[in-house]
Design a protein around this ligand. Structure first.
Ligand SMILES: NC(=O)c1ccc[n+]([C@@H]2O[C@H](COP(=O)([O-])OP(=O)(O)OC[C@H]3O[C@@H](n4cnc5c(N)ncnc54)[C@H](OP(=O)(O)O)[C@@H]3O)[C@@H](O)[C@H]2O)c1
Length: 231
């Protein structure tokens, strides 16, 4: 049977899915959002669909699973951190901001499932995306690592850009080639691609950096990186 979907949520991921799924030939039959639609519309819409996609905040997912479980539908959520025996975790290993992506970007996104008795294609028949299994016991670590590498480095760059533009008066666009190259080099050559005063052992330069960063959040972060990652 070809699945048809109820999409729950109106946030970032739901907005991407609303574009991405039809673009790959998947049928979103209904949509529902707690903040837009009356609660009494949820079950009638869910009844008409074979698969229910819960793309809302992690904290709202368990209650929705409990409310929908009696319908015996295929319940899917997209959280990387949460597991629930009554739903399948299908986490897209990607960051989804407010702006949607091109289809050529979507097709490359890998998915992690929390079980090995079914394939991504059983849930989304037209997806050719890579997929892999991270079992329930390891999902929190898996998600913490994604957040550490992705969200934390974005936060760090956002702070650098803020000080760059306010204190140096320079446009953040000047940083783009450097940002891209840092990430490209890491992807190509791993930790051996890292350069700079810490790696060279130029302690005086590092101390001068601490002095000039005094009064900004970057000083503590820099010190912690040195203590935790270089000793
Ligand atoms: N964004 C990502 O990068 C990403 C990546 C992988 C997995 N995920 C997973 O996807 C799920 C949803 O995450 P998300 O990032 O899409 O969360 P989000 O953007 O914060 O949206 C979560 C919920 O907040 C409410 N909301 C968001 N925008 C709103 C608006 N403009 N007006 C009113 N209400 C609004 C909606 O609640 P109601 O629907 O209840 O009204 C929405 O479903 C989570 O399980 C998350 O772990 C997200």
């Amino acid at each position: 049977m070809t699945p048809n979907y109820l999409l729950i949520g109106r946030g970032r991921l739901a907005t991407h899915l609303f574009h991405w799924l039809p673009a790959t030939g998947h049928d979103i039959r209904h949509r529902w959002s707690a903040s837009l639609d009356p609660r009494e519309d949820l079950l009638p819409r869910a009844t008409q669909c074979s698969h229910i996609l819960i793309a809302t905040s992690d904290r709202k997912i368990p209650d929705l699973i409990q409310a929908l479980k009696p319908l015996n539908k295929t319940l899917i959520h997209f959280s990387g951190a949460l597991t629930d025996p009554d739903a399948i975790a299908v986490h897209p290993l990607m960051t989804f901001p407010e702006q949607i992506y091109d289809l050529s970007d979507y097709v490359q996104i890998p998915f992690s499932l929390d079980r090995d008795d079914l394939q991504l294609k059983d849930l989304f028949p037209n997806f050719e995306n890579p997929s892999f299994v991270v079992p329930p016991k390891q999902r929190l670590l898996y998600h913490a690592l994604c957040a550490s590498g992705g969200n934390l480095s974005q936060l760090l760059w956002a702070e650098v850009e803020k000080i760059w533009s306010t204190k140096l008066g320079l446009p953040a666009d000047l940083l783009r080639p450097y940002q891209r190259r840092c990430l490209e080099n890491l992807i190509q050559n791993g930790a051996s691609s890292i350069t700079g005063a810490l790696v060279r052992g130029d302690q005086q330069t590092v101390k001068n950096h601490y002095d000039v960063l005094q009064g900004t959040p970057l000083k503590k972060i820099y010190e912690t990186f040195e203590q935790e990652l270089f000793q």
